[in-house]
Design a protein around this ligand. Structure first.
Ligand code: SAM
Length: 180
């Protein structure tokens, strides 16, 4: 891992009504598994950005999030200097290829919602499947990020929040930093 390594997640094809919850969960999953940025594309939706910002405020970290009106132009430009990973059921098996993907420069993980433009398959440096059955962008992202980035619980990624969860066998234990 080098200093230039940074992970963005690009969520293509968001539909404001139909995808509200799954897009919200996708951004939270991206954050929890170590993404630095979530980029929303498709229909603009302040409520998704508000949810992600509010969770970061309460639970810490510096997740950036924004809406991108021209995701394909953005992706083409990004590919000039960064790594593009596309999660798709048609891609190569994650267990065989994930360990070979370098962590040496800005990287974007692209996930779809509605039909993904065919060009994404050719722009991507890696088209990766989490099994070859159709399931969910949230599941695909969680499995991929955990296998590629590894555990992040011990890192400083979530510093500065109001609340920190203390893992416990039963019940809910938290440290409320606002009271410090
Ligand atoms: N109908 C869409 C299409 O034609 O691509 C797929 C919809 S699927 C519910 C939404 C997204 O979940 C996909 O674009 C992909 O990023 C992700 N996904 C679903 N199953 C996957 C799998 N087996 N492996 C990797 N990603 C997957």
């Amino acid at each position: 891992m080098t200093g230039d390594f940074r992970v963005s997640v690009l969520r293509l094809g968001h539909r404001r009504e139909r995808d509200k919850r799954i897009t919200s969960h996708l951004g939270l999953t991206a954050r929890a598994f170590g993404a630095d940025e979530v980029i929303l594309a498709g229909e603009d939706d302040d409520s998704a950005l508000e949810t992600w910002n509010s969770v970061s405020e309460r639970f810490g970290g510096a997740l950036e999030c924004r809406f991108e009106p021209k995701p394909m132009s953005w992706l083409r430009r990004f590919a000039d200097s960064g790594t593009v990973i596309h999660l798709t059921m048609y891609g190569e098996p994650w267990r065989e290829v994930t360990s070979q993907i370098p962590k040496d420069k800005p990287t974007v993980i692209v996930v779809g919602g509605t039909k993904v433009p065919a060009e994404v398959f050719s722009i991507a440096n890696h088209n990766i499947s989490i099994g070859n059955q159709p399931h969910s962008e949230v599941a695909a992202l969680g499995v991929f990020m955990e296998s590629w980035i590894g555990p992040i619980e011990e890192s400083t990624k979530f510093a500065g929040g109001e609340i920190e969860v203390v893992p416990s066998e039963r019940g809910k234990k938290v440290v409320n930093r606002e009271e410090d």
